[in-house]
Design a protein around this ligand. Structure first.
Ligand code: GRG
Length: 292
C-alpha cells in the first residue's frame, strides 16, 4: 500500500465507523427506512469527499476528531444525491456501488425518503457537533447548504440538457454545480474547521474547484471507457442518454489532455499554500488516474 492508499483506507475506516454510529439502527422503526439508509451509505464507495475534508483539515492543523462528523455529514449528502439520481424519474439505474440501487432493493418511496432523511441527518450532525464552536458550526451549515443547493441546480440543468446540443460553457456550469460544488465544499469545510487564514482559504477554494472539474472529466472518461464491473455502476450511460459530456464534446484524447491540464492547474494552486501539501498533490494524481 502506498501512502495515499493507506490514508484512504484509514479515512474510510474512521468515517464508516462514524457513519455507523450516526445512522439510526436497522432494528428501530421504521425499519425499512433505516435499512435503506444503511444499505446505500454503508456500501463502500471511494469516500473521496470525506477524505478531502480530512486531508485539508489536517493539513491546516485541525484534529481528526474535530473533522470526522463533518466528513460523515458530507458523505450522507453525497449518498442522498446518489440515491435520488438513481431513481426512475432521473437516471433510472439498477446498480450503485456494486449492489442494487436503493429503490431496486427497497422501493421507490422508501428510496426517496431515505435520501430526504439522510440530508436532514447531515445538517443535524453538524449542528450537534460539540467539538466545534457555534461560529464554525453555523459557517459549515451555511456553506454546505449552499453547495447542496447548487448540486440540485446542476442536476436540474443536466436533466434539461439531455438530448440537446449544449456549449462547453453550459457544460461547465452544469458540472461546477452538480459535481464541483460538493467537492469544493469538502475541501473548504476542512479549512473552516481548521480556521485557515483568508489567503489559505482562497487558495484551497481555487484548488478544490479544479479538483471538482477534474473529477467530472475523469467521470466522463470512465463512463465511456470502463466496464460496469469495474465501475460498480452501469457503464456507458452518458452516450445512451445522449448526454453532453467532456467526451462527447471533446473526444477521448482531448478530454484526457484537458484532464491533465486541469490537474496541473490544481497543483499550481497549491504553490500558494505554505504548508505540507504533498497529500493534496497525491489526491490530484489519484483523481487523474482513477479507474472507478
Ligand atoms: C439527485 C440532487 C441530486 C443530485 C445528483 C450525484 C449526482 C447529483 C449525480 C450522479 C451522476 C454522476 C455520475 C455524477 C458525476 C460525479 C459523481 C457525483 C459521481 C459519483 O461520485 P463517486 O464516484 O461515487 O465519488 P462513490 O460511490 O465512490 O461515492
Amino acid at each position: 500500500m502506498n501512502g495515499l492508499e493507506k490514508f484512504f483506507a484509514e479515512c474510510a475506516k474512521a468515517v464508516d465507523a462514524e457513519l455507523d454510529a450516526l445512522l439510526p439502527p436497522a432494528e428501530t422503526a421504521p425499519q425499512n427506512l433505516h435499512a435503506a439508509m444503511r444499505w446505500s451509505v454503508l456500501a463502500g464507495g471511494k469516500r473521496f469527499r470525506p477524505a478531502l475534508v480530512l486531508a485539508v483539515g489536517q493539513m491546516f492543523g485541525a484534529n481528526r476528531e474535530n473533522i470526522l462528523k463533518t466528513a460523515a455529514a458530507i458523505e450522507m449528502i453525497h449518498t442522498y444525491s446518489l440515491i435520488h439520481d438513481d431513481l426512475p424519474a432521473m437516471d433510472n439505474d439498477d446498480l450503485r456501488r456494486g449492489r442494487l440501487t436503493c429503490h431496486k432493493k427497497f422501493n421507490e418511496a422508501t428510496a426517496i425518503l431515505a435520501g430526504d432523511v439522510l440530508q436532514t441527518l447531515a445538517f443535524r450532525t453538524i449542528a450537534e457537533d460539540v467539538n466545534l464552536s457555534d461560529k464554525i458550526r453555523v459557517k459549515l451549515i451555511i456553506e454546505i447548504a449552499k453547495s447542496a443547493a447548487k448540486m440540485v441546480d446542476g442536476q436540474q440543468l443536466d436533466l434539461e440538457a439531455e438530448g440537446k446540443q449544449i456549449s462547453v460553457a453550459d457544460l461547465e456550469t452544469i458540472h461546477q454545480n452538480k459535481t464541483g460544488a460538493m467537492i469544493s465544499v469538502s475541501a473548504r469545510a476542512g479549512a473552516i474547521i481548521a480556521e485557515a487564514s483568508a489567503s489559505e482559504f482562497a487558495a484551497i477554494t481555487d484548488y478544490a474547484e479544479k479538483l471538482g472539474l477534474l473529477f467530472q472529466i475523469t467521470d466522463d472518461l470512465l463512463d465511456a471507457t470502463q466496464t460496469t464491473e469495474t465501475l460498480g455502476k452501469t457503464a456507458g450511460k452518458d452516450a445512451q442518454a445522449e448526454k453532453a459530456t467532456y467526451v462527447s464534446l471533446y473526444g477521448l484524447d482531448e478530454a484526457s489532455n484537458l484532464a491533465k491540464k486541469i490537474a496541473a492547474e490544481a497543483n499550481h494552486d497549491l504553490n500558494k499554500i505554505d504548508r505540507e501539501v504533498n497529500l493534496l498533490r497525491e489526491l490530484v494524481e489519484f483523481i487523474l488516474n482513477r479507474k472507478n
